[in-house]
Ligand binder design. Structure first.
Ligand SMILES: Nc1nc2c(ncn2[C@@H]2O[C@H](COP(=O)(O)OP(=O)(O)OP(=O)(O)O)[C@@H](O)[C@H]2O)c(=O)[nH]1
Ligand SMILES: [K+]
Ligand SMILES: [Mg+2]
Length: 366
């Protein structure tokens, strides 16, 4: 039996098994098994070349956004509208056959927008180009799941399943669990909060099924069994996601209002150019980008040319964003703005100081 069949068999057994306290443990075992097979499926194998490698497109700019969706939802139309790149769009499915990068310029940031071929159900299991598409999604800083507003709600869940199957976790934080392998000493499990969605017995069984007999586990939030498996597997990608419903020109106002109120959701019409600026704002927000203005002594800050950084970036990142030698010759920096406690006066800071959006910074070197 091949891995795909084995996976199917387990999935069927899980679907047959009622979810309750008595079956929780058995379901946990099945989940662990399932996760292992899925991981195997995605491992590179020299024989079949079935590795989950994405399209070979160079990353560029400050961040990458990947467009994921069923065929003909309007991915290419969006790329052509928001960037200077033209990607062919047409009324037939699978118009786009490869990854096409474009650049969205916003608030001094250059965001790479990646148009991708449409995917179908089963993409993660290696059907068609789908596997390559979902693997490329893993390289993104933000995933846009593009949906056709005129089609059924089902499409959204189907796409989530495909991304989940390759280890992508959408709009989730990494579970707060510290896992340490040891060579001796057995298993210690500690939790700082009460566990209501899994239990120690399930966790021990899962550890055993992964042949982990010596390790420390510190659980600091009320995790599920799946989340624990994610921690063990370790290669999960936690990526923010925006759900974008296109073609709102073809639905009623009432339907549109309903969609627009969902979490992490933006409604647009590429064809009519509706809400596209707002979509770009939202991408910027979800990417967690920060722009910082640099200022030379005695002159006003350069507001036209901000340095674009990731949330959590430090003065050192600012230095590296300007010139390689700056951090080595660094003496101190002056910061005005949100991250400076002594606003409006400048605060003198070191390389480790964390920058906030719209800070102004002057760097002084030796
Ligand atoms: N009504 C309406 N049609 C749209 C809109 N945006 C795109 N379309 C149409 O939808 C069809 C598919 O558009 P594409 O941009 O090729 O879609 P795609 O998602 O790139 O498709 P594939 O590359 O085949 O996966 C085209 O006929 C577009 O004209 C929109 O906002 N409203
Ligand atoms: K199309
Ligand atoms: Mg296309």
């Amino acid at each position: 039996m091949g891995i795909v069949e084995k996976i199917k068999e387990i999935e069927e057994e899980m679907a047959r098994t009622q979810k309750n306290k008595a079956t929780e443990y058995h379901l946990g075992l099945l989940k662990a098994k399932l996760a292992r097979y899925r991981a195997q499926l995605l491992e590179p194998t020299t024989k079949s070349g079935g590795a989950g490698t994405g399209f070979d497109v160079q990353k560029s700019g400050d961040a990458r956004v990947a467009l994921i969706g069923f065929p003909s939802v309007g991915k290419s139309t969006l790329l052509s509208k928001c960037t200077h790149t033209q990607s062919e769009s047409a009324a037939y499915e699978f118009t786009t056959l490869t990854a096409i990068p474009g650049v969205v310029e916003h608030q001094g940031a250059r965001i790479q927008l990646l148009d991708l071929p449409g995917i179908v159900e089963g993409a993660s299991q290696g059907r068609g180009r789908g596997r390559q598409v979902v693997s490329t999604a893993k390289t993104a800083d933000l995933i846009v799941i593009m949906l056709d507003a005129t089609k059924s709600e089902e499409q959204r869940r189907l796409l989530e399943i495909e991304l989940d199957a390759v280890g992508i976790r959408l709009n989730k934080r990494k579970p707060d669990v510290v896992f340490k392998r040891k060579t001796t000493g057995g298993i210690t499990i500690n939790n700082t909060v009460k566990l209501t969605k899994t239990d120690e017995r399930t966790i021990r069984t899962i550890l055993a099924s992964y042949k982990l007999h010596n390790c420390d586990v510190m659980i600091r939030e009320d995790i599920t069994t799946d989340e624990f498996i994610d921690v063990l597997i370790g290669s999960r990608k936690y990526i923010p996601c925006l759900y974008v419903y296109n073609k709102i020109d073809a639905i009623s106002l009432e339907q549109m209002g309903k969609l627009a109120h969902e979490d992490h959701t933006v409604v647009i019409s590429c064809e009519m150019g509706l809400n596209l600026d707002y979509l770009i704002e939202r991408m910027w927000d979800d990417l967690g980008l920060v722009k910082v203005y640099t200022k030379k002594r005695g002159v006003q800050p350069d507001l036209a040319d901000p340095v674009c950084l990731r949330k959590g970036a430090t003065v050192e990142d600012v230095c590296n964003g300007i010139h390689r030698s700056l951090a080595t010759n660094f003496r101190y920096a002056l910061v005005w703005g949100k991250s400076s406690k002594f606003n409006p006066h400048a605060q003198k800071v070191g390389l480790n100081h964390i920058m906030q959006d719209e800070d102004v910074v002057s760097i002084f070197t030796k």
